[in-house]
Every structure is written in C-alpha cells, then in structure tokens.
Design a protein around this ligand. Sequence first.
Ligand code: SF4
Ligand code: SF4
Length: 401
Amino acid sequence: MQTYVVPELVAELAATGRPVVLFGAGDLGVLAHYALTRLGVRVTCFSDGRRVKHGQTLRGLEIRAPEHLAGLPSDTCVFLCGNYLATMTARLRGMGFTDLHDCVGLLDGFDFGGSDTGMDLVFIERKVALHKRECLKAKEAGDDLLILKYLDVVVTEACSMKCQDCSNLMQYYAKPRHSDLDLLESAVDRIMAAIDGIYEFRVLGGEPFVNTRVHRVITKLTGYEQVDKVVIYTNATIVPRGDNLECLKHDKVVVEITNYGRHSRKHDELLETLQANGVVHLTKIPVWTDSGRIKYVERSAAELDDMFRNCCVNDVLTLLNGKLYRCPFSANGTNLGAIPEDSADVVDLTGDRAGAELRADLQRLYGRSTHLRACAFCNGRDYRTPRIEPAIQVRRPLPLV
Ligand code: SF4
Ligand code: SF4
C-alpha cells in the first residue's frame, strides 16, 4: 500500500502563504488544486496558454493568460500541470519565474477518494501515472534507459463508425483490413526485447472489437512483464463476448470507452457487462481538435518543428502493419499512401530487424525532437488547434487527394 507523505514544499507553502500558480487549466490542474486545497495551501490562480481559457474561472479561480502573470513575484511557486514540460518550463523561465515544479510529488499517492473533481478514480490514476512517466522521460534519456510511454498497437483499419474528422484517419480507408497478427506479435516481441520497459500499450483500430481475434493480441500484451497497463479504446458499438471478454479480466487491462452519445449505441450494455465481469473501465465524453484531415501546407522547418514540439501525440509510437511510426497521423497517412514514406520517420519491422540494431532505431525514432514528414500534411494537435464537433458521420470514405 502506498502511503502519502506531504511534500516539504507543500508544507512550506501552507505555512508561508507564498503565491502559487497552477500552470495548465486541464485535468491535472484540477487535481493539483484539489490536493493543494485539501493540504491547506491557498492557490492564487490558474494560467494556461490556450486563448479560449483566458478570463474564464475554474474551481472559483481566474485563468490568466501567461503574460498576465507578470505582476507576481519571481519566487511564486508554479506547478506545471500538463505534459508539455519542456515548452512550459522554457516559457516560465523566460518570464523570470524560477520556482517551477511538476505535480508528481503532490499527486502520486494522494487519496482522491470522494473528491469533487468530477473524475473517477481509474481516470485519475492514469492521469497521474502518465504525468509521472512524462517527467521521468528526461531523466531516463540521460541514464541511457529506453522506456516508452505509450505504444499504440493497431489491430484493424476498420471501424464501426465513420467519423469525418477522425484523427486516426479511418475516414480515408476504402478497403480496411485487419492486421496480420503473426506479423504484429513478432514485431512486438522484438520491440519488447530491445527496450527496458513500457508504461502503456494502447489497443485500438478503428474499433478494436471489430476484429474478432483481438483477444489474441490483448492476451499477448498483458503477458509481458515490463508493461504496466494495456488500455483498450472502444467506441461502445460492440459488446465483447467469449474470448474477447475473458481476456479483459486482467489486472493490467483498462477499457477506455469514448462515449459518442447516440452513436455509441451499446454504451449502457457495455458498461453493465464490464461491471458484471469486474473489468476496470472508464468512460469519457471526447473533446476534439481539427486534426483529421490530410492536406499538405507549405510551412518553414521552424514552423513544423514548433508544431511537432507542441503536439500532444508526438510520443505516441504507433505500430501498424509491421511498421513503427512516431505518431498515429504519420502511421495512418503513410499506410494509406497519402504521405510519402520517409525512412527517418519509421522503423520497419516487416523484416527481421532485432536486438541492438533495433534498439538504436527505436532510440533514434523516440528521441527525435524535429518534425516528421507527416507534420507538413497535418493541421497539428495542440492547444492552438481549433476545437470541432466530434463524430460527425459520413456515409462513404473520404477521397484521398
Ligand atoms: S474517431 Fe470515429 S472513426 Fe475514428 S476510430 Fe474513433 S469511432 Fe472510429
Ligand atoms: S504529424 Fe506532426 S503535428 Fe501531426 S499529429 Fe503527428 S507529430 Fe503531431
């Protein structure tokens, strides 16, 4: 059992009343506010780079634009409540703030039972664990460890819905195929032998339960010792039965349901089934950015690097048809033939690449900090990308231009 110990910093803040800013007005910010308030620390305000948030209030506090923090003393304590750590840190240091902290010490092990954050405990645990993983990444790179945060394992190109703006580009597949599971398993075996660990496998499609043999993949992935979680992403149109249900009864498995309202026509039945079978799950109403269109736009290298650095999926390695890509857009755009394949942006596992050679390839792909060829075809996925209505359905696949 984990015992929560109040970090020294928090005790000091409670005693002195030094100003405290939560930089990031999203889920982590809400969790940090709840924890600090419970620990007797008065938070001054939230701050966020997203324009849409400026001037709004969150948990009774103002959300200020970063430039409006200028009046605060330079010893203000700032908690980085997000995963754009390098960008956030550089920005705050540039403004003269020196007392910057991630939220790991504050949130890891904190008891959120009965909290008023509106988030369920499974969701909170994952949020905090992913933040911790992000914070550990820089240290691990220095120690020559190769621990991946996520690996998306695509089990099918097919989906039971056809969302016009799917950021995984399912709307462009005219003849979707299920993945070759022998190739998939061989590729994952070699990846796992070449790395030191992974926090989370994410099993997805399309809709993973469209592939009736998805249980084979889930069972394989939960069997690796070096993985913490195996998360299955579903749109709640199919209720798994038989082997596809049995494989979910594993302590590493979390089923993450995206609730698209009337489109998620089996939502309630799926919830009942998962509950009745003791499967850990959570359900979320999605917020979408306009990131589901393949369109080449002429941009400078500096603009593309900026897009890449700020992108919220720039470290979601994606395994699709035996090739490993740096993000889902790059994976599907290249797989569709709409984006030219660039050998620097992919690790090809369709052959017999393995061992030290493969580890070097993975380090190169996971460690890169400059844009992918795909970024030129993408609208970006960051706090500046416009929000859109989720899950507008189309009847036919969209043409690849
Ligand atoms: S966004 Fe829509 S089309 Fe894309 S995988 Fe999810 S449900 Fe399927
Ligand atoms: S192509 Fe670039 S900007 Fe688009 S999702 Fe991938 S990393 Fe992000």
